[in-house]
Structure formats: C-alpha cells, structure tokens
Design a protein around this ligand. Structure first.
Ligand code: FES
Length: 373
C-alpha cells in the first residue's frame, strides 16, 4: 500500500468512512485530545425530548416567518395621522415587523444551539493549520469527515428535523431577499408630483403662508424669524410653520421631526461675493440664504458652518458645500448642491417660503433627473 499521502483513488475508495476520517485527521495533523457523546445521547428519553424541542423551535421559527411575510405585505403601513381611524393599527406596523423577524431568527438560532449541544459529540481537537490548496486525498477525507459528523449527530436520520431546518433556513433567505426587493416592488411614485421624494413640508397647501420657524424642540414655543433676529455670519435651523397649525401639538412636532424639513438659514456679511448657480439667482433674500440641512450624499445633517469660508460641512464623510456658490459641493463624496429654499419677507417682516425646494432633498435616487414638482 502507498504511503498515507500518496494513496490512489481506488485505494481511497476501498477504505471505510472511519478509516478515511482517521486518515484525514492524521494528514491534517489533527489530534483528538478528548471526545464524549452529546448530552442527547445519554438515553432514548432524553434524545426524544431534545428532538421534540428542536422540532418545536423550528416550527415556531417558520410560524414567525409566515407572520413576518403577512405583516410585511398585508398590514396597513401607509401613514395615518393621530386621531384619524386606523392610526393605532398603523403604529403597530414597525414593531410587528421587528417582533416577527426577531422571533424567526431567535427560534432558529435556539434550535441550532440546542441541536448542537444535544447531538454533537463534545470533542477537543488540536490541529496545526497550513496555507494552500488541498490535495485530492484531503478532499476525500474532508468529505468523509462531514458525512461521519452527519451520521454521528443523526442529522441524516432525523428527517423531520433536517427538512424543517433546511426549510427554516430557506425561508430566512427568502425573507432577507424579500426585504431587499420589497422597496423595488412598491411604487414610490403613486402620488405623481406629490410623491414623497419630490415634496417636503415646505410645499404650500391651499395658498396658506409657510413661515420659517426656529426649531426649538418645543412645539409650544413658536418663534417665527425676522431678518433682525440673525446676526451677521449667523446661522439658525428653521422648520415650516402655518398659522392653521398653531396649538396643534402633533402637527408642530411633525414639522420638526420630519427628516426633509430642517433648513439652515444663514446670513452672509454684506458685500460678500456670491456666484449663484444657474436657476438659483433669486432664491435668497438679500444676504439671507436658506439651504436644506440634509446632505445630498447619504442624508446626514450637514450642520457644521465655517463662517470664515462660508462653507457647510457634513461630519459623516466630510462633504463641503460652498454657500457663496449656491451650495455647490466643493469637497467630499456629495455630488449635488444642497437644495436651496426660495425665501422672502412678508409685510409684517417675517421670513416666509415662496414655495417648496425646487430640487429633491437628501441623497440622490435613480429617477432624480426625471423632473420634480
Ligand atoms: S452623508 Fe454627508 S458626506 Fe456622506
């Protein structure tokens, strides 16, 4: 017979699985220091109890998976304002997704841990690892090792557990793919010109004036802004405000928490040389400029203002936007200028928006050049 390393295919095929496993260990420099059967192998009763528990956990995982798919596709997920019928149901959408997804993964993980603890032999092996591709001998022995492990743990025999386990993993992959593809299936353009990607809370509704209100974090603290409220080189964060919303805590809170709404209102020193971008020549009011606070790279708040150079900096990936050049990105990964809000001052001296942003707010998306509101 050839030496261990030079065994031919026919010689290897004649060897039993056990001999192949031992040969593999020896070729790999593996030494089994200790080995004892898993806890489930103690007696038939314990084996049965553990097998049932694993089965139960796998069934639970499948049920959670089914519930997740049901909630994801059928639970009402469209926004319902507070007080309107269906608001409470809508509020449960995200928590239910989380609970069912967690249940699915947790039950599957528990089944795996229990199975391994119960039926895998407790083995302590020591091996010295080598780098490089495996020769044919090692591929045979590795395959035999896996087959032997399957035999020892009973995974091949326990048809029910095997099938449920494979199905649970399959469904987990399916759910992962569904979440990834779900966004491509739903139509974000149902609202056409009023689709959420085109519009923000600054969009005029019914001709009502939209004021610039300082974002204080307190919906009862309504502070509209006038030019004299901002120092030279000053900057303040503002959100939209309508008189019809005064006293409506939910709407005032929504105006501050809606991610597309925050705007930085900046005052440049007089005589600052400004080169507005084409189409943005008349969006400012005197020395006052209003830019979306949301970075056009990945949507972080671009809030760091360098008043010496009149640059807004996004701390996430260091994009810089030149205020004196219409919010043009001059450094970093952002590829679009910060959207600029058209502003003016009303007869009472308060800043008001002359309309919504002409450009979509936030990170870019495929259809961004298709048009806007
Ligand atoms: S999110 Fe602003 S630079 Fe990346």
């Amino acid at each position: 017979m050839s030496s261990e390393k030079d065994l031919t295919g026919p010689e290897l095929q004649r060897m039993s699985r056990k001999e192949l496993v031992e040969l593999g260990n020896s070729l790999d420099g593996v030494r089994v220091a200790a080995e004892e059967p898993g806890r489930g192998a103690a007696d038939a009763r314990s084996e049965r109890r553990r097998r049932r528990l694993v089965t139960l956990l796998l069934v639970a995982s499948l049920m959670f998976a089914g519930a997740f798919i049901w909630v994801y596709n059928l639970w009402p997920s469209a926004y319902v304002p507070p007080g309107a019928p269906g608001h409470t149901t809508y509020l449960f959408y995200t928590p239910l997704l989380g609970i069912t997804f967690f249940g699915m993964v947790a039950a599957l993980a528990a089944a795996m841990v229990l199975y391994v603890k119960s039926f895998y032999p407790n083995e302590v092996a020591v091996q010295e690892l080598e780098i490089g591709p495996s020769p044919e001998t090692e591929r045979f022995t590795a395959a035999a090792t896996f087959a032997e492990a399957g035999e020892q743990t009973g995974f091949g025999r326990r048809t029910m557990v095997r099938r449920l386990g494979i199905t649970a993993f399959g469904i987990l992959g399916l759910v992962g793919g569904m979440v990834g593809l779900g966004g491509l299936v739903r139509n974000p353009w149902e609202g056409r010109d009023d689709s959420p990607l085109w519009t923000t809370g600054w969009k005029p509704i019914g001709g009502e004036t939209v004021y610039l209100r300082i974002a204080t974090g307190d919906p009862t603290d309504i502070r509209r802004v006038r030019p004299e409220d901002i120092d030279q080189d000053g900057v303040v964060t503002v959100v939209p405000f309508r008189e019809s919303e005064r006293g409506d805590i939910e709407k005032l809170r929504d105006a501050e928490s809606s991610p597309d709404n925050p705007v930085q209102l900046l005052r440049l020193p007089p005589d600052t040389q400004v080169r507005n971008l084409p189409g943005r020549e008349d969006l400012h009011h005197g020395d006052f400029y209003a830019f979306s606070k949301i970075c056009t790279h990945l949507g972080c708040p671009a809030t760091l203002y360098d008043s010496q150079q009149q640059i807004l900096l996004c701390p996430c990936h260091q994009s810089e936007f030149a205020i004196t050049e219409g919010g043009r990105p001059i450094f970093g990964p952002a590829a679009r200028p910060l959207p600029q809000l058209p502003i003016t001052v009303d007869a009472d001296g308060y800043f008001v928006a002359r309309g919504d942003f002409p450009d979509p707010v936030g990170p870019s998306f495929w259809e961004i050049r298709r048009g806007s509101h």
